[in-house]
Structure formats: C-alpha cells, structure tokens
Design a protein. Structure first.
Length: 239
C-alpha cells in the first residue's frame, strides 16, 4: 500500500498542528541521537514551538557545540544572524537559558544540589513526586492488564481440565452401567476410584505447573489437590 504524499504547508487546525509537531519533533530528536551514536558525531538540535517552548538535544553538550560553532574560522559556513550576534546580548541569554535547563536536568537526577535553597528543593521534590506518581499509575495499569490476560488463560485452562474430567466420569459411568445390566464385570477390569484419582491428579498437577511457570503470584487461585479429591469422593459414580 502506497503512502499518501503530504503537501508541505502550514496546518490550519491547531490540534492537528500540535499533534504533528509532537510526532515530528520526537522523530527529529531520535534521528539526532542515532546520528551521534552511530557516527560518533557532535550533534545539537534546538527547537522552539509556536508558543515559544524550548526543546533541545545535544551530544556531548550544547554549550560545547555552540562554542565550537561560534569559533568556526570558516565564515562562509556561519549564517548571517549568527555572525551578526556573536557578541549580542540575545545569544548570551540563549546560552544562559540552555545552561539553566541542563542544570535543572542534573538536579532532577540528584546532582548539583548544593546551590539550591530549601524552597527550590521543596519545589523539585514536588515535581519529582508528581512524575513518580504518574509512572506508578502507568505501571499499575500495565500490571493489571497482564494479570487480567493471565487470569483469562488460567480460566480457559481450568475449564478445559474440568471438561476432560466430566467426560472421563461420564464414560466410566456409562460403561459401568452397561456392564451391570449385562451381568458382566466392568470392561475396565480392576479400574477403581484410585485410578481415577491418579488421572485427575495428573491433570491438576499439569495445570498447577503451567500456572506457576506463568505467574507464581496467582497459583493460589487454582483449586488444590485436596479440594479435587473431596469433590471426587462425593461423586455418586464411586459410591
């Protein structure tokens, strides 16, 4: 299936424009990261959204790359706006803003905390707590999805084992009834309740081993062997 070619022009719908910006920004930053890793290149990307929000990526560092860029001797490779503002206040403000963002990034992983005041540390703690809360909520959501999927599989396996057990009991009852009516011994010979116990215990053990291998935390949801034996003892077939 051929992809429809998108005409490159400004997206009028604000929502669609924001979605496209988010997707393409992520793709651009990922490609910049891949380029820096695969080719051992120094890469810097600076993006400002339509609302003025800054997004950036740099490897190894934004400040080092900007300084290297500013000191480039080949003026033909330097854009006019950069050449004109090499000593301009705006360029210094941009570099300072980038440095503050990098400092905040280090603070969020617990580095360079010496310069922070008590209020700054409190605000940083609240920011991290909110992020951890969202991470934990997402983790719990994924765990519940996995648990529901596993429960469905366990239920299906339990129903299959129960159906097999019911079928076996019905077959034994039918053959025993026909043998009694004909006055002959059971076609199963010395087939006794203990034999049936062994078959059902084998089915139950297989199910239990499968559940333990899948997820040990839900093995208590599977009926124990003693419960199956009690059900078997109460069956009218063997009385």
């Amino acid at each position: 299936k051929m992809r429809r070619k998108i005409k490159i022009k400004r997206i009028e719908n604000a929502t669609n424009r924001q979605v496209t910006f988010t997707k393409r920004r992520g793709g651009l930053l990922k490609k910049a990261h891949d380029l820096s890793v695969l080719c051992d290149a120094e890469v810097a990307v600076i993006i400002f959204s339509s609302k003025g929000k800054l997004f950036q990526f740099a490897s190894p560092s934004m400040q080092g790359i900007l300084e290297k860029y500013m000191s480039c001797q080949d003026d033909s490779k330097v854009p006019d706006w950069m050449s004109n503002c090499s000593d301009d206040h705006d360029c210094n403000k941009l570099i300072q803003h980038i440095e503050r963002l990098q400092h905040l990034q280090r603070n969020m992983i617990g580095d360079d905390l010496e310069t922070l005041s008590l209020k700054d540390l409190t605000n940083l703690e609240q920011l991290l707590d909110q992020g951890i809360g969202r991470i934990r909520a997402k983790k719990v959501e994924l765990l519940f999805e996995q648990l529901e999927d596993l429960n469905d599989k366990v239920t299906e396996a339990g129903e299959t084992a129960k159906a097999n057990s019911n079928l076996l009991s019905k077959l034994v009852a039918d053959h025993t009834s026909r043998a009694s009516r004909s006055g002959h011994s059971s076609p199963f010979g010395e087939y006794t309740r203990s034999d049936n116990h062994e078959l059902l215990q084998a089915n139950e053990s297989s199910l239990q081993l499968w559940v333990e291998a899948s997820n040990p935390s839900i093995q208590n949801q599977i009926p124990k062997r003693s419960v199956i034996n009690e059900d078997l003892n109460r069956s009218p077939i063997w009385t």
